[in-house]
Design a protein. Structure first.
Length: 212
């Protein structure tokens, strides 16, 4: 089994104690950090499929998520490189009712490494909290909202609507993303941008900030 397969396997089986050492070994062997990350993202896809097919349940998803987070911790210094804060301020969070944060954390990490200062509001963030955060940080350039559940897509819609109605709207750009989100949905709810993954989110954030 290749090292990357081994890493994916350990994430799928939620072996948080083994993941750090394996990721470090993979780095030492010269594997590309992005390839290591992708093997963990693919593993979460497998976990999701197994959950959908009732082969595993929430606790197994949770331990897989924990293992992935540990792996990302080891990988982080190898993925993030930019100078902090120079590109502007980004507020990020997962919308109300939604507790998924792995994707949001990756987006935050990549945006940070693209030179932004990131204020991470965490998970289950109400639209009021997003608005409040922008008011407390008037130099914010981008608000990024994540939603992982089809059932929290309405919360994303409400959050973007609240941001769109705010007096500061012309000063910020709104980005949305998460597995069930599409460009079409982003357009429909009036967001400025959607991207499918963390790397493209960072590139898009730079583009949007330059246009601010
Ligand atoms: C891990 C996991 C959990 C963990 C989350 C732990 C954590 N700390 O995040 C736990 C166990 C808590 C969980 C709970 C639930 N989950 Co869950 N979960 C998953 C799983 C397996 C992986 C998610 C993940 O981390 N993916 C890896 C990351 C890297 O990918 P990502 O999040 O998509 O993010 C990338 C992009 O989307 C994008 N992106 C993300 N955010 C943003 C934001 C912006 C601005 C941009 C530009 C881009 C962007 O960039 C990211 C990086 O490339 C998925 C399966 C899947 N395939 O997604 C199910 C899944 C999302 N869960 C699902 C379900 C049903 C649930 C529960 C309802 C289960 C239950 N019965 O309780 C609960 C809901 C809890 C809640 N209120 O939120 C379903 C959703 C189905 C649907 N139609 O909505 C899925 C799809 C599983 C399935 N196939 O059925 N879950």
């Amino acid at each position: 089994m290749s090292k990357l397969q081994e890493i994916a396997d350990v994430v799928i089986n939620g072996k948080a104690k083994l993941i750090g050492g394996l990721v470090q070994e993979a780095l030492d062997e010269g594997n590309d950090p992005s390839a290591i990350l992708n093997s963990m993202i693919d593993a979460m896809g497998v976990v999701g499929e197994r959950f959908k097919n009732n082969e595993i349940f929430v606790p197994e998803m949770l331990v897989a998520a924990r293992a992935m987070k540990k792996g990302v911790e080891v990988l982080k210094p190898h993925l993030a490189s930019g100078s902090a804060g120079a590109a502007g301020k980004v507020i990020i969070g997962t919308v109300a009712g939604d507790l998924h944060d792995i994707g949001k954390n990756l987006v935050a990490m990549m945006i940070e490494s693209a030179g932004f200062e990131v204020i991470d509001l965490g998970v289950d963030v109400s639209s009021d909290k997003f608005i409040e955060a922008v008011r407390s940080n008037p130099d914010t350039k981008i608000v990024a909202c994540s939603a992982l559940l089809t059932t929290t897509m309405p919360a994303l819609r409400d959050t973007v609507a609240a941001l769109n109605a705010a007096d500061f709207r012309s000063k910020i750009k709104v980005m949305v993303g998460g597995a069930p989100i599409t460009q079409e949905f982003a357009d429909e709810i009036g967001a400025d941008a959607y991207t499918p993954d963390a790397a493209s989110a960072a590139a898009k954030a730079k583009e949007l900030a330059a246009a601010c």
